[in-house]
Ligand binder design. Structure first.
Ligand code: HEC
Length: 372
């Protein structure tokens, strides 16, 4: 107990001895006292007089009068409150004061989760509840809102004075953005539950990287080849399927259209002992072209056989690529006219197209669009 409190109590004991038992003013108005308390006292002593630690002994007007005389912070009240007002405030405090005050105190005062990836539960944070009051309290409910926050732990029930129990709070953000919530602890002895603010921000994990389409050149065949399949790239890099060398050209896959990949008819032509061919791949993002080639397949003649949707891209919108995308050009070696296997070069690199065009390939322009 502070020096002030001790002094106040001694003075009050003397006053009570002098005045006798009738220290409470006759006809005091507790409702008016409540209004005055909320206006003049709550700012320093809390909305509920029982929250002040230990509880205000001012259910006696003499104690309050002494406090106003002795506590420097309260001196201003001398000119504000009449003796009738002081009697009313004391009556109000007396009407709410009980034998003791349970006070539930959280540590920390606020639980802050900072940034958390959306959909991934955070590490649990500990929230301690301590009964700082002078009597036991009974916790009846513990909730966390909104549903992104969850609370667990064993604090429900009887909590003795000075005892502490631990809760565990987890944030699992359902969407990107700032979240504010609360752990609300309801206990029987208080009309107002104890509330601990919760803070956190959901952030989106980086998107899965888009596949990279890598270009190869085979100098023995004078053929180009592309693939978005990292496993196939690693295999081609071993040299097991021929002298395929990376050209240094690559682009990112992505878009609404699946790119059809064809390979020449691999069945053996009995007349030559070789496959029908062509020994080359062809790629198109145009569904009409894809369907046309699929139906033009002939089992015992040179033709294109559909393999798979190799990667995704978007179709050319009119003559240009939509905002945020870049053109992929296609050049043709004019194999049909030259009596050699058809082959195409497919790249975002305009200079590479110009190089093969300079040696007789046909510049077919923009074949598809891919992310910038
Ligand atoms: C500006 C802040 C402030 C305001 C406003 C205030 N008090 Fe105080 N009060 C204090 C301080 C500081 C103490 C001294 C606490 C200590 O010594 O531990 C105190 C002590 C007291 C005490 C004596 C200690 C006790 O626990 O019994 C009483 C009674 C009291 N105040 C009642 C009131 C009432 C009733 C009001 C409103 C009419 C009020 N106070 C307004 C700050 C304030």
């Amino acid at each position: 107990m502070s020096l002030h409190r001790r002094l106040i109590r001694i003075l009050t004991a003397c006053a009570a001895a002098l005045l006798g038992a009738g220290a409470l003013a006759q006809g005091a108005d507790a409702d008016h006292g409540k209004l005055l308390y909320n206006t003049w006292c709550a700012g320093c002593h809390g909305a509920d007089p029982r929250q002040s630690q230990p509880h205000l002994a001012a259910d006696n007007p003499g104690v309050l009068q002494d406090a106003i005389s002795l506590v420097s912070q309260m001196a201003f009240l001398k000119t504000v409150l009449s003796s009738v007002d002081i009697g009313d405030i004391a009556a109000y405090i007396g009407s709410v004061a009980t034998t003791g005050v349970p006070v539930l105190s959280p540590t920390p005062q606020t639980v802050d989760f900072s940034y958390q990836p959306v959909g991934t539960p955070s590490a649990p944070q500990t929230l301690l509840l301590t009964n700082l009051g002078s009597v036991a309290l009974n916790i009846t409910a513990i909730t966390a809102t909104p549903a992104d926050f969850s609370v667990s732990g064993n604090c429900i029930g009887h909590r003795n004075p000075s005892s502490t129990c631990a809760l565990s709070v987890v944030l699992n953000a359902s969407a990107a953005g700032t979240l504010t919530g609360a752990v609300v602890v309801t206990f029987q002895e208080s009309a107002a539950p104890m509330t601990v603010p919760l803070l956190g921000t959901g952030v989106l994990a980086p998107a899965t990287p888009l596949p990279i389409v890598v270009e190869y050149f085979n100098p023995d065949l004078d053929h180009y080849f592309i693939t978005a399949d990292a496993g196939e790239q690693a295999f081609v890099d071993t040299g097991a399927v021929g002298r395929w060398l990376r050209t240094g050209n690559a682009f990112r896959a992505g878009g609404a259209a699946g790119v059809c990949r064809f390979y020449g008819n691999g069945a053996t032509n009995p007349a030559t002992g070789e496959s029908f061919g062509p020994n080359s791949h062809f790629f198109t993002a145009d569904p009409a072209e894809c369907d046309g080639l699929k139906s033009a397949y002939v089992a015992d003649a040179p033709s294109w056989r559909f393999e798979a949707l190799d990667f995704s891209a978007s179709q050319v919108a009119g003559a240009a690529c939509a905002a945020g995308t870049v053109p992929v050009y296609r050049a043709y070696n004019n194999g049909a006219a030259r009596g050699i296997d058809s082959n195409h070069r497919i790249t975002t690199n305009r200079t590479s197209i110009a190089q093969v065009a300079a040696r007789g390939w046909i510049d077919e322009g923009v074949a598809m669009c891919v992310p910038q």
